[in-house]
Design a protein around this ligand. Structure first.
Ligand code: SF4
Length: 360
């Protein structure tokens, strides 16, 4: 290849920082260009050029691609499996070509997600790293995901009780900065230790029994906060401790078909596509731990999560645990979501007060 590669990939939360770290090691000669941060303009661009019926991750990704190409990207990456997402790459590539863009599209879906096929794609881009170096780069990226996901879980549970507003965000910002420039396992350990020490020093004003809400649902809607109107932040502002098990680390290493079905406790007997099974197994786990409520979030028209919904309704009845079902599309009203969220928070707060009074 005689022109400089300018590589881009869609956003999903802050994981693009880890993709940047990975590509910096795999293709050191290339320029890395994460798309601009998602804004309303991104969604408008993506929606304008997407089929109406398609689920919102497609539209968000397409908006990211268009903005990245407009900023000079000439290589785009896509991947995904488990549902129709595995077929989105081809359609997105065709739409972008019909719009007149000139680029290379590396789609690592389905059979192209196998290690040998991934290596072939990287070699085509001019990657000359040896297999041990590629494996090390991958290991660093996975370890970075583990560190970030672990901190995010701790943050979700506690950020609603920070004494100094913004203190968790500043620890997280420093962690992301260190992960982005990490080149070795020692760098990652240093980043993790700095983050742990800073977290331990944060002052919290957390009650002994705070309101607790578990979040389950479709992976993109859960992991890209812009697509769900920052639901987790809103709950934290309301003084609610939030749990969400879904993250990249969970997707890479936390799934196990037989165990996942068993963990559904009879509410599901077959896999229903993508992460529907986890919506149920995680919800059952929250119900058994006597969480105050569950929020089930999905893209409008997401078949795997629609399949999971009847089982969630049965679980809600059996365990007397409220489940708020939120569907998001690019047309969803932010005010409508906020209103439902506030009503849900009021309802679980009243329920908890009533139950606590009945016990005492
Ligand atoms: S899991 Fe649902 S929303 Fe996500 S890509 Fe698949 S069908 Fe679309």
């Amino acid at each position: 290849m005689n022109h400089k590669l300018v590589i881009s990939y869609p956003h999903m939360g802050d994981y693009s920082i880890i993709f940047t770290q990975l590509f910096r090691h795999v293709l050191p000669e290339a320029q890395l260009l994460p798309p601009p941060l998602i804004t309303q303009h991104t969604i408008e661009l993506g929606s304008r050029h997407s089929p109406d019926f398609v689920c919102s991750p497609f539209k968000y990704n397409l908006g990211n691609y268009i903005e990245a190409l407009e900023h000079g990207a000439n290589v785009l990456f896509q991947t995904g499996m488990g549902c129709r997402y595995g077929y989105y790459g081809e359609l997105q590539e065709q739409i972008l070509r019909d719009l007149g863009h000139d680029f290379q599209f590396i789609c690592l879906s389905r059979e192209r997600a196998k290690p040998t096929a991934i290596c072939d794609s990287l070699r085509l881009l001019g990657c000359t790293q040896s297999p041990p170096k590629l494996l090390y780069a991958l290991f660093l990226a996975c370890e970075s995901c583990r560190i970030l996901d672990r901190f995010d879980r701790f943050m979700r549970e506690n950020v609603g009780f920070e004494v100094l507003v913004g203190s968790f965000e500043s620890v997280r910002g420093e962690l992301l900065r260190q992960l982005a420039v990490a080149d070795s396992l020692q760098d990652l350990r240093a980043a993790r230790n700095t983050c742990q020490q800073a977290s331990a020093a944060l002052k919290l004003n957390k009650p002994e029994h705070p309101l607790r809400v578990g979040i389950v649902g479709e992976l993109y809607t859960l992991m890209e906060p812009f697509s769900n109107f920052f639901v987790e932040k809103q709950l934290a502002k309301d003084g609610i401790s939030v749990s969400r098990l879904m993250g990249i680390w969970f997707l890479l290493f936390g799934q196990h078909r037989t165990r996942d079905l068993r963990d559904c406790g009879g509410y599901l007997h077959y896999l229903v596509g993508a992460n529907g099974v986890h919506s149920i197994s995680h919800s059952l786990n929250y119900a058994k731990q006597e969480y105050d409520g569950i929020i089930h979030m999905k893209s409008f028209g997401c078949i795997p999560e629609l399949n999971a919904t009847p089982a969630l309704q049965a679980l809600s009845r059996d365990y007397n645990i409220p489940i708020l079902d939120l569907s998001f599309d690019t047309q969803t009203s932010e005010t409508g979501v906020q209103t439902r969220l506030e009503a849900f928070a009021d309802m679980i707060r009243l329920k908890k007060e009533y139950n606590d009074a009945a016990v005492s």
